[in-house]
Design a protein around this ligand. Structure first.
Ligand code: ARG
Length: 617
């Protein structure tokens, strides 16, 4: 009898024990809350709408990785391989394994070789297959496995020679003429990508909170989310970019009550709130210290949720002030995004709670209604004061995105600290049959913290969180200073004909490019150290280096004195394929073509640093 069945039977036979188990779960849950609130207090990051919404259990990174039940599904269905050699080779070998050894499941491992003696690619799974076969009573040597598999491979123009070598490796030699043709094709028609079945995708990213300025933690989400959206758009997907801003919840009660006191004429005149963050702090202070104010703040929440006109207007005003700030940043970073904040889901939250209530799956827990999704920590669906939480809005949002938007993929680009929150939301959504993970890709794309050069959480000297505006300003200032120094030092033709306007455009592009590249070129899962000095360095893996390399290549092209038309007519009049005579030429051609495999890999992993083929495993 397995453990689970054993405990289920035991529980059904001993109701007292069942009660104890439930109590135990509740206790664990309580301890979790206490631990979190202590952590929050020590941390006082004050950044997420988790606290703002009054959710008692801000989700933190789970200790151990929860096994995702979609880890083996490949969601991108390839329609045409194009130049994705690796993907194509994996596919033909997998088919051959299936046909040759019926019922045996073994992934086809194929790698690039590093010695041209062994061809360009190498299939490595013959040993594993031989072992598997022998465990099932069939003795076949790895070499024979390899020989059998190669018999079933289709003839491809791309492959010149297939060779079984050593103890059972299969070496694949690419056809140079074909590689030459493909390079010529790129020169004629531009970079071509593999074709993948079109999907409707929602990317939830950036998502700052109203009344709090965007800070460096939102920077990563904005940069990574935008890049992932660009990748999907490049693949021809139907992409909806959503800004799930924190614009709803109990914090608005105190903000509105404070607005009424500070700017009584707010209905006729836009209140001049210059610093919304300070305004937030003031109202929070009053909320904590003045009981009368607190009571009025609660009344404002109730009125807001029942759409009282004056209160809704006050709410809109507060949102507008924040929005201006966000938009300024998006403009600077060239980010397109559609705002659809938590408030959008209000009526859907009401319906959802009703639905869950009717299904009888909500548990009463000291005045609140919670939902267990099979994990230790439950979702808080209704708070003891009747309000909803971050959990409720995310559960309503996932439902809306799947059923109303009919999205195939849902991608949430949110810091890794919220991993547990998303694990529970997704588990609940699966339990409620909102989606089947075999068909739909629902994924939390987490990322690590931004650290200062002292390897501690990135903060100002006085210990405050760094405002994004200040950070961008600083980047621009430094890029400008660096380029100004070069301008003086070189006084070369690079700068000679540059107007002030062009110069400004250039240093801003360098600054924003460097900030974005520094983030994207790291594995997003790790924390990363934010260092202006490193990101603006013209050596190493930086945007400046790439920009220089690009400028240098353009200059070589200019100096070569061959026009594009001349090259095109050369290609047209070629007898046979584009020549790749030198081994370095062949190597470079293969590297250029590898871009297609990189893109497919990134589409699967959503690890943007792999776009740089050197990082692709
Ligand atoms: N506003 C949240 C925060 O600042 C992020 C929201 C992310 N998206 C979501 N669907 N929960 O932490």
């Amino acid at each position: 009898m397995n453990n689970q069945r054993f405990s289920e039977e035991l529980l059904s036979e001993c109701p007292g024990l069942a009660k104890k188990v439930t109590e135990n779960e509740k206790l664990k849950y309580r301890i979790e809350i206490l631990k979190r609130s202590i952590e929050e207090r020590n941390n006082d990051s004050g950044s997420t709408s988790l606290q703002a919404n009054g959710n008692d259990v801000p989700a933190k990174q789970p200790k151990k990785d929860i096994k995702k039940d979609n880890s083996n599904v490949s969601y991108a269905k390839i329609v045409e391989y194009g130049n994705s050699f690796l993907a194509q080779f994996k596919d033909i070998f997998s088919k051959s394994i299936k046909e040759t050894f019926e019922g045996i499941e073994e992934p086809a491992v194929i790698v690039e070789t590093n010695n041209p003696k062994f061809g360009d690619y190498q299939f490595n799974s013959a040993m594993a297959l031989s072992k598997k076969l022998s465990s099932l009573g069939h003795k076949v040597s790895p070499r024979d496995v390899a020989l059998k598999l190669t018999e079933k491979l289709p003839k491809l123009q791309l492959i010149d020679k297939v060779e079984v070598a050593g103890a059972g490796f299969v070496n694949l030699f690419l056809n140079r003429d074909e590689i030459g043709n493909r390079i010529a094709e790129i020169y004629n028609n531009g970079v071509s990508l593999p074709k993948v079945e079109k999907r409707r995708v929602i990317v939830d990213f950036s998502s700052p909170n109203i009344a709090k300025e965007m800070h460096v933690g939102h920077l990563r989400s904005t940069i990574i989310g935008d890049s992932i959206s660009r990748l999907f758009e490049l693949m021809g997907f139907d992409v909806l970019r959503l800004n799930h801003i924190g614009d709803w919840g109990t914090q608005f009660g105190m903000l509105i009550a404070h607005l009424q006191d500070s700017f009584p004429n707010y209905l006729n005149e836009t209140p001049p709130i210059g610093n919304l963050q300070a305004f937030y702090k003031e109202s929070k202070k009053r909320f904590d210290e003045e009981p009368e104010f607190k009571a009025r703040a609660y009344q404002c929440v109730v009125k807001l949720q029942s759409y009282d006109t004056d209160i809704v207007n006050a709410w809109k005003m507060i949102c507008d002030v924040s929005r201006e700030d966000f938009e300024r940043i998006y403009r600077r970073l060239d980010i397109q995004i559609n705002e659809r904040g938590e408030s959008f889901y209000q009526s859907r939250m009401v319906d959802l709670v009703k639905e869950l209530d009717e299904q009888g799956i909500l548990q009463e827990d000291e005045g609140r209604k919670i939902l267990f999704a099979g994990l230790e920590v439950p979702l808080t669906i209704v708070k003891s004061d009747g309000g909803n939480t971050y959990d409720t809005s995310d559960l309503a949002a996932i439902k809306q995105r799947l059923f109303e938007e009919k999205a195939d993929w849902l991608i949430y680009v949110v810091d890794a600290g919220q991993g547990l929150h998303f694990d529970i939301i997704f588990a609940a959504a699966r339990n409620l049959h909102f989606y089947d993970p075999k068909e739909k890709r629902v994924e939390h794309v987490g990322f690590g913290l931004v650290l200062g050069e002292d390897k501690k959480k990135f903060k100002t000297r006085s210990g405050d969180t760094i405002r994004l505006t200040d950070l961008l300003d600083e980047g621009v200032k430094r890029a400008k200073a660096k380029m100004e120094a070069k301008r003086v030092e070189k006084s070369s033709d690079t700068y000679e004909n540059m107007s002030e306007e062009e110069f400004q455009k250039a240093y801003e592009a360098v600054a924003y490019g460097c900030i974005k590249y520094a983030d994207l070129s790291q594995n997003r899962r790790s924390d990363y150290v934010f260092s202006f000095d490193k990101m603006l360095d013209d050596r190493g893996n930086t945007a400046v280096y790439l920009l220089y390399a690009y400028a240098r290549i353009r200059s070589i092209v200019r100096k070569a004195g061959v026009s594009r038309d001349e090259l095109l007519s050369y290609l047209k009049n070629l007898q046979g394929s584009f020549p790749l005579e030198h081994s370095a030429e062949f190597k470079l051609a293969k590297h250029i073509l590898k871009f297609s495999d990189c893109i497919l890999m990134v589409l699967d992993s959503l690890l943007m640093h792999q776009v740089n083929c050197r990082n692709a495993a």
